[in-house]
Design a protein around this ligand. Structure first.
Ligand SMILES: [Mg+2]
Length: 261
């Protein structure tokens, strides 16, 4: 297995202890590279930098920092840094959950893994749920990621599937394959004045309400299970596609006027 190539990224910065822990603890599974943002890039989703040049800094052998987004990092890594396409992309470990539909859409951690899938590489995003007091069990989470990495390196993943993994602190009851649940945020916009008297705004999220049934990632993870959700990029709403509600929408563009057709 030592000829394997593993790419690590995150949305918190190449310097974070969580990604460094993975770098050291996955070394015997293959050649591990870090290509990650040079600063925190949380909630940047799949943003790509199109209007500015990207700079890459070699920090030390097999560790590179990019002044871009997590998705930029995966692009640059695959095309310019790695000697060949990796066998596995791991994004994380994020110090905080990425659970439910909204988190998954906003998350830069999840996006780096989705970008890996877009480029045809088996990919997973990994996040940690804190203990009630707020701290994380990084050692335990690294062991879980390692076990999953060993499995994926030998068995692969179904084509087009990105794994979104959330790891609660031990003791855990086991691991569950889950669907996305919901966390209901009521985002608060905090208004303050800058030193010149002009208003500025800060998006705060507060504590979300957790919704979703027992099969959801949100409920499973907070009931003490490692949550593993298979994601795909097809955002088509199939029930709406087949149902009658949108038929009228297709008739709304009035193309019968002269010259339309
Ligand atoms: Mg983060």
């Amino acid at each position: 297995m030592s000829d394997r190539l593993i790419l690590l990224s995150n949305d918190d910065g190449y310097f974070r202890e969580e990604i460094r822990a993975l770098f050291h603890r996955l070394k015997d599974l293959g050649r591990v590279h870090i290509v990650a943002p040079d600063r925190e890039k949380s909630a940047t989703s799949l943003a790509l930098t199109l209007r500015h040049p990207l700079r890459v800094q070699k920090i030390r052998p097999r560790v590179h920092a990019v002044d871009g987004t997590p998705a930029d990092c995966i692009f640059v890594a695959l095309q310019k840094i790695l000697p060949r396409p990796p066998d596995l992309v791991i994004s994380g470990l994020n110090p905080g959950p990425n659970l439910g539909q909204q988190d998954v859409h906003y998350s830069g951690t999840v996006a780096a893994a989705v970008q890996g899938t877009f480029l045809g590489i088996p990919s997973m995003a990994v996040s940690m749920i804190p203990r009630p007091a707020g701290s994380f069990d990084l050692d335990f989470a690294v062991r879980v990621v390692r076990d999953l990495a060993v499995h994926i390196l030998s068995r692969g993943l179904p084509k087009g599937v990105t794994l979104n993994v959330n790891i609660p602190p031990p003791p855990v009851k086991g691991a569950k394959i889950t669907k996305l649940g919901l966390k209901f945020y009521s985002p608060e916009i905090i208004e303050r004045k800058d030193p010149r008297g002009a208003s500025y705004y800060w998006i705060g999220t507060g504590n979300p309400r957790r919704l979703g049934d027992a099969a959801s990632d949100v409920q499973a993870a907070y009931r003490g299970y490692i949550s593993i959700t298979p994601l795909h990029a097809d955002r088509t709403h199939y029930r709406a596609l087949k149902g009658p509600a949108l038929k009228a929408v297709a008739k709304a563009p009035r193309l019968s006027r002269a010259g339309d057709l």
